[in-house]
Design a protein around this ligand. Structure first.
Ligand SMILES: C[S@@+](CC[C@H](N)C(=O)[O-])C[C@H]1O[C@@H](n2cnc3c(N)ncnc32)[C@H](O)[C@@H]1O
Length: 227
């Protein structure tokens, strides 16, 4: 029995709770959801999971999913939705700031992110503001995420990320290319004031790092999480 306030969202014949302080899946979510190319062998990271919709859709196919959000209500909501959709045992939910709860040698084969990307002069105060506010240039979370990304991505691994034209998509592409990724925009959706792009990047060059362990052989808590 859920006690707090919530709405419900329907997608692909599935039902998801969206708790009051949690981002309600929108066009950017559905752009990602409709283009998830998950394989059975994938170990997926859903960064900023919100109500968990992308983690849950991935979990139907992937071997393992880790879902992270800074908002503890989002993590609770995502867990509830995973239970509701019978994939709770395939997903590890973690409350934390970007990659900080993960070990540096956690090699994911697919990382998904619908980041907060809208420019805003004000510091976010509520959880809902955290879900869309990307600081003055819209890039505060995106740039931190891109800086850490290569350390957590397996060679040949893919990133699927949405971003608005309001927060400099070209800069994202440049950073990804400089970090050893092959980048393409696979979908674009024009809205009133912005275009939302779906970026797909494949890691093709490895910077110097330790040898990867085979993720499918490791218990997720031993292998990926710091705590
Ligand atoms: C645009 S919403 C996307 C939610 C969900 N993935 C979806 O597509 O509907 C962005 C999410 O990122 C989370 N977030 C914001 N800053 C974060 C951070 N520093 N670390 C982890 N998650 C963060 C927000 O709480 C929010 O749930």
């Amino acid at each position: 029995m859920l006690t707090g306030g919530f709405r419900e969202v329907f997608y692909g014949g599935l039902r998801f709770y969206v708790f009051d302080d949690v981002y309600e899946p929108a066009e950017d979510t559905f752009l990602l959801a409709g283009n998830l190319d998950v394989c059975e062998s994938d170990v997926v990271l859903d960064m900023g999971t919100g109500c968990g919709i992308l983690a849950i859709l991935s979990a139907f196919k992937a071997s393992r999913v880790v879902a992270v959000d800074i908002n503890s209500d989002a993590v609770k909501c995502a867990k509830e939705n995973a239970k509701r959709n019978n994939v709770l045992t395939k997903i590890d939910f973690i409350c934390g700031d970007l990659f900080s709860p993960l070990k540096e040698d956690s090699y994911f084969s697919l990382i998904i992110f619908n980041p907060p990307y809208l420019p805003s002069e004000k510091e976010p105060k509520t959880w809902l503001e955290y879900s869309w506010s990307g600081g003055v240039d819209g890039r505060s979370i995106i740039d931190r995420f891109l800086g850490e990304l290569p350390k957590y991505m397996k060679h040949g691994g893919r990133l699927l990320m949405v971003q608005s034209s309001l927060s400099n998509i070209e800069k994202t592409i440049k950073i990804l290319k400089e970090s050893g990724f092959k980048v393409e925009i696979i979908r674009e959706e024009r809205m009133f004031f912005e275009t939302i792009a779906l970026i797909r990047a494949v890691k093709v060059k490895e910077k110097k790092r330790r040898q990867s362990s085979k993720l499918s052989d490791i218990s997720i808590f031993d292998g990926l999480l710091k705590f």
